[in-house]
Design a protein around this ligand. Structure first.
Ligand code: NAD
Length: 456
């Protein structure tokens, strides 16, 4: 592995990345990089796991355009030192927070949205004025190679570098060698914990965007047809290989039969005959994942779908009725086109099921009842989510995105990304024309009197 560290450190320390004009220009280059290679991006994602063009455009390309444009629109403002008020006791002074780049940072990406989830944190890191080492996932090799090729062509190696390879070997090596100023990791909870441990040894700050089992609840007062369509779209987009996909469905017992029929009808409309691999549905990323997913199909009653094909790494969109919650399909993040359905009788029972897999990354609730909405919002701890919708909350750059405990630490998207990659440097600017004696030793009764009055 070529050692870019001295080059990058020198480039950063010389202050090249600090000014607004540089950051703006580099973000525009990234936008151009994507715009000039849309077709190649679509091609590699189709080659890596059969991702449909429409899904690639929406989730890998347009998402990045939006993130870059939003950043360009607000960057000057975000970079301005923020004035905050100053308590009386510190007068005459002014207080400001300066947003400084952290330095040379590491971004580690996952395979499931391998282009967007690798580069969206890079947008934030660039906006905040950092140099970035980028490690894409080895499970989507064509996308990884394209990212490396394009970054090499559009950016200088002292500013952005892509390192490819087996994560388990390369990432620990990189962390030990580079002593990064921040690590932004997107991936599994298992690897996230290892990264946190290693970063902790060096006291490197981290943002961890992890996974988990995100529940969706459909209550009897939901608008059925809309709820079914939004839920299915959120689940089967990218073939369920989405960190915020509804992992399982908690369905109000009273409406179970009729709602399941609506789900089936919509699945047929979306993807046609499940025994034929639809071109509107992505494939599973690899054999190992495919085998695990096929194993889940035996852990419940198949209500719809259930077909699979090993050669094409295909699994049909499947509805699986599950009653035994101790099965692995209800213990592990599914990350595939299988939707377990569990019926419940009341809110407390639904909550009890959710708490078996606490701190989900996302939570979705379909109900028109305000009281129910408030009850669940108060009782379920989750990273982000939607009421009467699924998955789309992440496309609002004004909503900080991230998890809680096992599903992650820290936030990004929009301002929060800029903030995650910035050191918030707090500075008190004091005037010198007023400097009363009483606070200095030797202390007297007057000192205490003034301290009581001023400090409370
Ligand atoms: P993963 O944890 O296996 O891999 C993620 C990255 O870590 C890859 O670049 C990989 O090379 C690297 N890696 C693998 N083993 C490593 C190790 N031992 N040490 C250091 N680095 C290592 O995750 P994945 O399979 O690519 O992605 C799927 C998971 O990611 C799911 O759990 C999903 O929920 C989660 N995810 C979360 C978000 C989010 O925004 N919160 C987004 C996408 C995916």
């Amino acid at each position: 592995m070529t050692d870019f560290r001295p080059l990058m450190r020198a480039f950063f320390s010389a202050g090249n990345t600090r000014n607004y004009a540089f950051r703006r220009q580099q973000l525009q280059s990234l936008h151009r990089l994507i715009f000039e290679h849309e077709e190649e991006i679509i091609r590699v994602l189709a080659a890596d796991f059969g991702k449909p063009t429409a899904e690639t455009y929406a989730s890998e390309i347009a998402f990045l355009y939006q993130e870059i444009n939003h950043t360009l629109k607000h960057l000057r403002n975000w970079m301005r030192p923020k004035k905050v008020s100053t308590p009386l006791v510190l007068q005459p002074s002014k207080s400001r927070i300066y947003f400084e780049p952290k330095g040379v940072v590491l971004v580690v990406g996952p395979w499931n949205y391998p282009f967007q989830l690798t580069l969206a944190p890079v947008v934030a890191a660039m906006a905040a004025g950092n140099c970035v080492v980028i490690k894409p996932s080895e499970l989507t090799p064509q996308t990884s190679a394209l990212i490396k090729h394009l970054i090499n062509n559009y950016f200088s190696p002292e500013y952005l570098v892509v390192v490819e390879g087996e994560g388990a070997q390369i990432v620990p090596e990189l962390i030990d060698k580079y002593h990064f100023d921040h690590i932004f990791f997107t991936g599994s909870t298992r690897v996230g914990a290892m990264i946190a441990e290693q970063a902790g040894r060096h006291l490197i700050s981290t943002t961890l965007e992890l996974g988990g089992k995100s529940p969706a609840i459909v209550e009897r007062s939901a608008t059925f047809e809309v709820a079914a369509r939004r839920l299915l779209w959120g689940k089967f987009f990218n073939s369920g290989q989405t960190c915020v996909a509804p992992d399982y469905l908690l369905l109000d017992e009273e409406i179970a039969d009729s709602f399941i029929e609506i789900l089936k009808n919509n699945l047929l409309k979306f993807y046609d005959d499940p025994s034929q691999a639809s071109r509107h549905l992505a494939r599973i990323v690899g054999k190992e994942r495919w085998k695990t997913l096929v194993g889940y199909l035996e852990q419940g009653k198949i209500l719809y779908g259930g077909q699979y094909n090993e050669e094409r790494l295909y699994i049909a969109p499947t509805l699986l009725q599950v009653t035994d919650l101790s099965q692995s399909v209800m213990q592990e993040e599914i990350f595939g086109p299988i939707l377990p359905i569990i019926t419940y009788q009341n809110c407390s029972e639904a909550l009890e099921i959710i708490e078996r897999n606490p701190y989900p990354l996302a939570f979705y609730l379909f109900t028109r009842e305000k009281k129910k909405q408030n009850w669940y919002l108060e009782h379920v701890q989750f990273g982000g989510g939607a009421i009467n919708n699924a998955m789309v909350h992440l496309s609002n750059p004004n909503l900080p995105f991230g998890g809680i405990n096992q599903s992650g630490h820290g936030r990004y998207h929009g301002y929060e990304g800029f903030s995650a990659f910035s050191n918030h440097k707090s500075v008190l600017h004091s005037d010198t024309w007023f400097d009363p004696d009483f606070k200095y030793p030797p202390y007297s009764k007057t000192t205490l009197k003034w301290f009581r009055r001023l400090l409370g």
